[in-house]
Design a protein. Structure first.
Length: 184
């Protein structure tokens, strides 16, 4: 199965990209994954959304490629930091370009914060967005609290918890994606 990860922040010094890269590495070593792709909103740098992809006469650079990666995937992980009580604006801007690509697609949410709540507000906003756009949402979430410690090379409670939870999170998404795929 092909799994796509959207890294949703374009902020300088973003830690959520490191989380996305970690998940990409775990997926690359998963027995049921044949291909992975990291879709980084910072790299694509889409302008402020002026119209959905399907309505643009001349699509912005990268929109069709981004769309195709999502359509070819059997699962999608969206990683966002929590900014001001919600998902990153750069992520929301990117997602607004698309709609049909997300219909009936197994999705999972990862939220990141430097504090102890792991981006819970962003999680609720992201889940609502996933459901609204017709995604099939994995009930297993990954909240990454104290992100710097969780990604540290040094052993800590946060790092140990993150490693354990990230593997379970991916296994649950893969289970969901397999169930959906087998019913198509």
């Amino acid at each position: 199965m092909k799994i796509a990860i959207i890294s949703g922040s374009n902020r300088t010094g973003r830690q959520s990209l490191r989380v996305a890269e970690h998940l990409l590495e775990v997926l690359d070593n998963h027995e049921k994954v044949t291909r992975t792709i990291l879709l980084d909103v910072h790299t694509y740098n889409f302008p402020v959304m002026d119209e959905r992809l399907g309505h643009l006469e001349t699509p912005h650079a990268g929109l069709i490629e981004f769309s195709n990666h999502i359509k070819e995937s059997q699962g999608l992980i969206i990683v966002t930091p929590e900014y001001n009580g919600g998902m990153a604006g750069s992520l929301k801007n990117t997602l607004d370009y698309f709609r049909k690509e997300f219909s009936r697609l197994p999705m999972a949410a990862v939220t990141v914060s430097s504090g102890s709540f792991g981006g819970a507000n962003a999680l609720h906003q992201l889940w609502w967005w996933m459901l609204y756009n017709g995604g099939i949402v994995s009930p297993t979430k990954l909240l990454v609290s104290n992100v710097v410690t969780s990604l540290s090379q040094e052993e800590s409670k946060e790092k140990s918890r993150f490693d354990k939870n990230s593997h379970k999170f991916i296994d649950d998404l893969m289970w969901l994606a397999e169930k959906i795929k087998s019913n198509d």
